[in-house]
Write a protein that binds this ligand. Structure first.
Ligand code: DX5
Ligand code: ZN
Length: 222
């Protein structure tokens, strides 16, 4: 990875939900590129978070693209609801999609960018055959369900492998990382080939969002 643009996507999972509109406006003004929205169903992952109504409320608070990460079983049932709510990108976990190729097509037909997501225990090969049909691959660098966990270093080899395939096939596919991203871990992920960086704790649990986002950008380029 060399000259590709670095995109920072604050995860509102770490925001103060009681002041969600203000929190979204604050990271927008602080220089965020996208807003990352974590949807959890209490089945695929142990935690429960938000649904389309809250995504619509986030949409009213910002003009930034909304990167909606569905950690839910049977995501194909809800794709249109989240697109109608304002999602720019819909991410589905490959572990929840026995008909992944069809689900990716459904996302694009609904009018969103299609992202496919890999749990830490799922190999890169799980998305190899749909790489030409997607807009983004998300490599989870923690086990999904909660913010504030530690980055799993063995995911770097998976990021490198995916970046190699994307580069060799000259595909217009973003490679996103999510989980434990901070100033100490972002450089390694960037060097491995990631270009979109989700960060919850490293932004929302600091007093100065603009400085936190700027520090992540500096560290990613270091
Ligand atoms: C975890 C979520 C992440 C989470 C990241 O399941 O997908 O988006 O918010 O939080 P941090 O940046 O605190 O690891
Ligand atoms: Zn996420």
């Amino acid at each position: 990875m060399t000259e590709s643009e670095i995109l920072i996507a604050p995860s509102i999972l770490a925001a103060d939900f009681g002041r969600l509109a203000d929190e979204v406006r604050a990271v927008d003004e602080a220089g965020a590129d996208w807003i990352h929205v974590d949807v959890m169903d209490g089945h695929f992952v142990p935690n429960i978070t938000i649904g389309p109504a809250v995504v619509a409320a986030v949409k009213r608070s910002t003009s930034l693209p909304l990167d909606v990460h569905l950690m839910i079983e049977n995501p194909e049932r809800y794709i249109e609801n989240f697109v109608d709510a304002g999602a720019t990108t819909i991410g589905v976990h490959v572990e929840t999609c026995p008909h992944l190729h069809r689900t990716v097509a459904q996302i694009r037909e609904a009018g969103a960018r299609a992202s496919v997501t890999l749990n830490p225990g799922t190999p890169a090969s799980a998305v190899e055959l749909v790489l030409g049909d997607v807009d983004q691959v998300l490599v989870m660098t923690v086990n999904p369900g909660f913010g504030g966990q530690s980055f799993i270093p063995s995911m770097l080899a998976k990021i490198e492998r995916l970046r190699g395939w994307i580069r060799d096939r000259q595909l217009p596919v973003n490679l996103e990382v999510d989980g434990g991203i901070g100033t100490k871990t972002i450089a390694g992920a960037a060097r491995a080939g990631a270009d979109v960086f989700v960060a919850g704790t490293a932004i929302f649990q600091t007093p100065d969002y603009a400085e936190a986002i700027a520090a992540l950008r500096r560290a990613a380029r270091s």
